[in-house]
Write a new protein. Structure first.
Length: 63
């Protein structure tokens, strides 16, 4: 594991501690994974919107 130091405003730190309970590191790691997955999904959706193949969709779904 790699240790990171992150600075956040005091009010946010308190909210994180309340939400995370005993394991702030695990909570922050999960939040970071969720954010990265969300960004990846947005990028994929944007790519599919500009590169979609309606012919393939019609063949696949019988449209």
């Amino acid at each position: 594991m790699t240790r990171l130091t992150v600075s956040v405003p005091d009010a946010l730190a308190e909210q994180i501690k309340l939400a995370a309970g005993d394991n702030v590191s695990a909570w922050m790691a999960e939040a970071a994974r969720d954010k990265m997955l969300s960004e990846e999904c947005k990028a994929l959706a944007a790519w599919e919107k500009t590169n979609r193949d309606d012919g393939w969709n019609a063949e696949r779904w019988g449209e």
